[in-house]
Design a binder for this molecule. Structure first.
Ligand code: RP5
Length: 169
């Protein structure tokens, strides 16, 4: 199976967060690869990955890293594929990684999600792929519709609370 999304993490210690991106792509039936690469510890391998990803058929890259998180930016500097950055919380509550990833110079953007926002990175990757793949668009649309059910069910449960004299619904 040919992967459409690369999920890259700076270290396998990022996997508890990054796994949420993998879980979502699995749910959407989107083929992905899962790799550890480090801009600081394996810079040459990062270059090899980034410069060959497009020719391997990858459409979107999700790159997660913590601390001085250079990985997403370095990948974005070496490919024209869309790169979605996920700041991982570790030191400084992840604000170090957030600023490292989001503050890219003009011309080399990284689409940055919130700290530990790996699932949103996968949702964004899915939306990008859905633009040109009707079957992904259908699966995504079904999932998106189900989000409203959570609120409908919450209101049904709230309506059943009868411990207040002045509650009117
Ligand atoms: C970053 O350094 C990784 O993305 C990870 O979040 C952090 C710590 O890595 P380990 O020391 O746990 O391998 O590059």
């Amino acid at each position: 199976m040919q992967p459409l999304v690369s999920i890259i993490m700076g270290s396998t210690s990022d996997m508890p967060v990054v796994g949420k991106a993998a879980d979502f792509l699995e749910k959407m039936e989107i083929p992905f690869e899962l790799l550890a690469l480090s801009a600081h510890r394996t810079p040459r391998e990062v270059e090899e990955f980034a410069t060959t990803a497009a020719t391997r058929g990858i459409k979107v890259i999700i790159a997660a890293a913590g601390m001085a998180a250079a990985l997403p930016g370095v990948i974005a500097a070496l490919t024209d594929l869309p790169v979605i950055g996920v700041p991982i919380s570790s030191t400084l509550d992840g604000k170090d990684a957030l600023l490292s990833i989001v503050q890219m110079p003009p011309g080399i953007p990284v689409a940055t999600v919130g700290i530990d926002g790996a699932m949103n990175a996968a949702v964004l990757a899915t939306r990008i792929l859905a633009l040109s793949d009707p079957s992904i668009a259908t699966r995504y649309g079904t999932w998106r519709s189900s989000l409203a059910d959570k609120i409908v069910n919450a209101n049904n449960r709230l309506a059943q609370i009868d411990t207040y004299s002045f509650k009117t619904n």
